[in-house]
Design a protein around this ligand. Structure first.
Ligand code: SAJ
Length: 420
């Protein structure tokens, strides 16, 4: 089949590769000219393990290319961003524009699939009415469905193949047709439902994680007050066969978990109480960490070396990163200076110098992101170059390395027994 993918970012591009590998003719469309040029040369402009080789191979095979406009096809897959607006409602402009761009191209029997994470009701109430503009009936003339991705950045190519999927059709026939299409590369099970149920399912998966992380962050604050260690509590509670507490940290980032729960709140603000409170709890973590830093620094201020600014370890993605929010909040404190070290991104030259160079003269080393490069630093050298050897570890990444006398005053987020 000929497949047009609208949006070749973190999800659209790997999806395009999967279909191209399996014999379909795929054209990826993007408004970003750089993404289009790169793809046509078999290159990528994002960081994701093995995606570069997979793209190069698919382009070479002749099954994948890019274009600056949507091309006529049998299947249209919309993978555009749905960011959040300042009032915390979903910005659906890209989905709307992408759907409108299909109107002149649609013919009877075509499939229209939405993958973008969207508020419940989007496929039925936003897309379908736009699609009627083609003169075709979205229920009887087209196959319209919502088919969300569930892949974890860093493992996208593996999870795209292996994860189970949910397909929500505007009709049963649409859900079945879309399942049969995705079967060419999905090794997991594919479950069929209606579009709105599938949209809510996608949002609840990330909301479940957000609420669980909020619970861990609340536990961290409670344990600090009570002089115990939240990481020990979590480790032991998780030995229970039906308990899976998540991990505290300086906040929740990324374009999914920090955003998606608001799409439920938007629809049912009076009912979505735990969901909204969890979002606020996690959004409050950078300020909570800032207040800890203030206590650990000399009264007049000082220099903080922040280790890691991406939204999670071992990725180059800074979207909604709580570590960046933390940097801004620290800088708003009088007399506080911040230097960032991060080998994965260039944030004010963060990847141009070593950790030891970044930490020189600092009063506090703040571990914000547990990148593998920070796994076993040379603590002796760090202590020697820093002005005051103090550590605040927000990820429990270094506690096991602090057994010998490393010359540091070590503080752990979520632990009332802060100094080892
Ligand atoms: N985090 C914690 N504590 C934890 C786990 C994560 O503080 O115990 C933080 C991370 O540091 C990060 C944020 O949460 O800032 C999100 O990271 P993540 O690894 O949990 O998730 P994402 O955003 O990279 O990917 C999620 C995944 N969803 C779930 O696991 C339910 C992925 O499967 C989805 O496909 C993706 O969102 C998406 O695109 O929606």
């Amino acid at each position: 089949m000929k497949i047009s993918i609208v949006g070749i970012g973190y999800i659209g591009l790997p999806t395009a590769v999967m279909f191209a590998r399996n014999g379909h003719q795929v054209v990826g469309m993007d408004l970003n000219q750089k993404a289009v040029e790169a793809l046509n040369q078999g290159r990528i402009i994002i960081e994701e393990p093995h995606l570069d080789e997979a793209v190069a191979e698919a382009v070479k095979s002749g099954n994948l290319r890019a274009s600056g406009r949507v091309e006529p096809a049998d299947v249209y897959i919309v993978c555009v961003p749905t960011p959040i607006l300042p009032d915390r409602s979903a910005d659906m402009r890209a989905v709307k524009a992408a759907t409108e761009s299909l109107i002149p191209l649609l013919k009877k029997g075509d499939m229209v699939i939405l993958e973008s994470t969207s508020p419940p009701g989007t496929t039925r109430d936003l897309m379908a009415p736009i699609l009627t503009g083609s003169g075709l009936d979205p229920k009887t003339d087209l196959m319209v469905a919502y088919c969300p991705e569930r892949v974890l950045p860093g493992r996208i190519l593996i999870e795209m193949r292996e994860n189970n999927r949910v397909v929500g059709g505007l009709t049963e026939a649409a859900a079945t047709a879309v399942r049969d299409l995705y079967k060419c590369f999905v090794a997991g099970d594919i479950y069929l439902t209606d579009a709105t149920t599938a949209e809510m399912t996608k949002l609840m998966e990330n909301t479940y994680r957000d609420v669980n992380i909020a619970l861990a962050n609340e536990l961290a604050k409670i344990c600090e007050k009570m002089g115990i260690n939240a990481w020990d509590v979590i480790g032991m509670a998780n030995r229970h066969p039906r308990v899976h507490l998540h991990q505290p940290g300086p906040g929740v980032g990324g374009h999914c978990i920090a955003v998606d729960p608001w799409f439920i709140v938007e629809k049912q603000p009076d009912l979505a109480q735990i969901i909204a409170l969890s979002r606020r709890t996690n959004d409050g973590m950078p300020s909570f960490v800032r207040d800890k830093v203030r206590v650990l620094l000399p009264e007049s201020g000082g220099r903080v070396c922040v280790c890691g600014v991406t939204y999670k370890p071992d990725v180059d993605d800074m979207r909604e990163s709580p570590a960046i929010e933390l940097v801004h909040e620290l800088r708003a404190l009088p007399g506080v200076e911040v230097v960032v070290s991060d080998p994965h991104v260039d944030f004010e030259g963060s990847n141009q110098r070593t950790l030891v160079e970044s930490a020189a003269g600092a009063d506090l080393l703040l571990l914000a992101v547990n990148h593998k490069e920070f796994g076993a630093p040379d603590f002796a050298r760090l202590a020697a170059v820093m002005k005051t050897p103090v550590i605040l570890d927000t990820r429990n990444f270094w506690s096991s390395l602090m057994t010998d006398d490393k010359g540091f005053s070590y503080h752990l987020l979520g632990s009332g027994r802060s100094s080892v």
